[in-house]
Each structure stands twice: as structure tokens, then as C-alpha cells.
Design a binder for this molecule. Structure first.
Ligand SMILES: Nc1ncnc2c1ncn2[C@@H]1O[C@H](COP(=O)(O)OP(=O)(O)OP(=O)(O)O)[C@@H](O)[C@H]1O
Ligand SMILES: Cc1cn([C@H]2C[C@H](O)[C@@H](COP(=O)(O)O)O2)c(=O)[nH]c1=O
Length: 227
């Protein structure tokens, strides 16, 4: 028999946290690292990732569902997630591709649930329907003072204004974002087997290295592939 090295199992990795903490930056950097190791990986985001879910994204983030209330918005996020999981995430994992998502179900827990006041029973019920058992293998919660993260986002605003209309959750006040930060920290504390909270105020390079080291510790097959 040929001695072919085992292909690492496909992993589902999510990045979570408040606005401007560096999730998209680290998702892109992780994709580069995985591709360098010849690991096929799909980069995606929530809300979005599929044409139907992107339509829901535009509807919510343009503020068109704001008057419907946080409960109805949780249902909309879950509808987008249902399509995202069934049309993109599950098929990708089943075909051996890693999936890296910029936000996932913890954002609904934090924004609509813990910060928005939506009943936990509704949040959990929607989650069961939308995830259909596809829990992330690991979730990085990037944590930092929202006042500092806001300064980062403001630097990005001009680019963003040209690309799309503003995101309505970014317009909430600092006190709201401080509660959101605590919500993500509480999710991390309650799910230590899945969530890793990392300080996001460090440099992009240092944070990328911390994420990579964590993945190598968590998934020994990755380290074995690197040799
Ligand atoms: N570690 C870092 N140090 C300094 N600036 C950073 C760092 N990481 C990202 N940035 C910058 O901060 C801004 C926000 O980063 P990014 O878009 O990755 O955050 P995000 O968490 O995805 O934001 P959002 O939730 O609003 O989509 C960008 O201009 C990015 O270049
Ligand atoms: C998945 C998800 C997202 N949100 C909010 C969080 C952000 O304000 C936007 C997404 O914008 P980003 O620039 O892509 O981060 O949507 C939410 O409230 N609930 C969710 O489930």
C-alpha cells in the first residue's frame, strides 16, 4: 500500500466579536495560511454567504427590519443561516473543505439575545433549526474595548460608504457596544470547549500567530501535516 499522508478532517471555524475588532482581517489571513498548506478552505460570512442569505443581509443592514423588533430580526438571521448551512456550509464540509465564517450563530445570541433581549428559548429553537447539528469546531471571539474598535471602523468608513450603505448595528451607542462585548465574553465563558477568547488589541501579525498556534494545538493533524 502507498504511504499517503492522511488528509486532515474538514473543520468549521467561526470568528465572532463586536464591530471593527478585526474578524474579517483574521479570516483572510487564516485562509492564506491554510491555502499555503494545500488545505482547501471556503471563506464565508454572516449574515450572507449565499445569494438568498445576502438578500436577507441587505434587507436587515439597510435598516428595513428595524421597526419589526429584535425577535423578528432573530428569525430573519436564522432564515439566512438555514440557507447558508444547507447550501454552502454542509456541502463544503462534506466534500472535505474547511469552512471559515466571519460571524455565525453566536452573533444572534449576542446581538439579538443577550443584548437585544430576545428570549433564550426562541434563540435556541432557531439555532436548532438553522444549524441542523453543524456546530463550529472552534470559535474565536476577538475581544477589545469598543471605543478603540470604533476608531478602527471610522478609519474604514470612507471606503465602506463607497461600497455599501451603513450597517445599522454600527450606529448603536458606546454603552450598547459595551454590553455587546460583555455578551460575547459570557458566551465564551459558557462554552469553553468550543470558544477561545483572544485579545484583539494586539497587532494583526501577533493575533494571526495566536490563532494559528491555537489551531495547531486544537487540531494535532494540522501540525502533523506541517511536518
Ligand atoms: N490588529 C489590528 N490592529 C490595528 N488595526 C486593525 C487590526 N485588525 C484590523 N484592523 C483594521 O481595523 C479595521 C476593522 O477591521 P476588520 O474589518 O477586519 O474588522 P471586523 O471585525 O471584520 O469589522 P466589522 O464587524 O465591522 O465587519 C480595518 O481597517 C482593519 O484594517
Ligand atoms: C450574523 C449576525 C449579524 N448581526 C449583525 C452584526 C453586524 O452589525 C452586522 C453584520 O455586519 P458585518 O460587518 O458583516 O459584521 O449584523 C446580528 O445582529 N445578528 C446576527 O446573527
Amino acid at each position: 500500500m502507498l504511504d499517503v499522508p492522511a488528509k486532515p478532517a474538514a473543520r468549521f471555524i467561526t470568528f465572532e466579536g463586536g464591530e471593527g475588532v478585526g474578524k474579517s482581517t483574521q479570516v483572510k489571513r487564516l485562509l492564506v495560511r491554510l491555502n499555503r498548506m494545500d488545505i482547501e478552505a471556503v471563506r464565508t460570512r454572516e449574515p450572507g454567504g449565499t445569494p438568498k442569505a445576502e438578500a436577507v443581509r441587505a434587507f436587515i443592514l439597510q435598516g428595513r427590519s428595524e421597526s419589526w423588533g429584535a425577535g423578528a430580526e432573530a428569525v430573519l438571521f436564522a432564515a439566512a443561516r438555514y440557507d447558508h448551512v444547507s447550501s454552502l456550509i454542509a456541502p463544503s464540509l462534506n466534500s472535505g473543505k474547511w469552512v471559515i465564517s466571519d460571524r455565525f450563530h453566536d452573533s444572534t445570541r449576542a446581538y439579538q439575545g443577550l443584548t437585544g433581549g430576545v428570549d433564550d428559548k426562541l434563540i435556541r429553537g432557531l439555532e436548532t433549526l438553522a444549524l441542523d447539528g453543524h456546530q463550529p469546531d472552534i470559535t474565536f471571539i476577538l475581544d477589545m474595548d469598543p471605543a478603540v474598535a470604533f476608531a478602527r471602523v471610522n478609519n474604514r468608513e470612507i471606503e465602506k460608504a463607497l461600497a455599501e450603505t451603513g450597517d445599522r448595528f454600527e450606529k448603536e451607542d458606546l454603552e450598547w457596544h459595551r454590553r455587546l462585548r460583555q455578551a460575547f465574553l459570557a458566551i465564551g465563558k459558557a462554552n469553553p470547549e468550543r470558544c477561545v477568547v483572544l485579545p484583539a488589541g494586539q497587532s494583526e501579525d501577533a493575533l494571526e500567530q495566536e490563532i494559528w498556534d491555537t489551531l495547531n494545538r486544537r487540531f494535532p493533524e494540522l501540525e502533523a501535516k506541517a511536518g
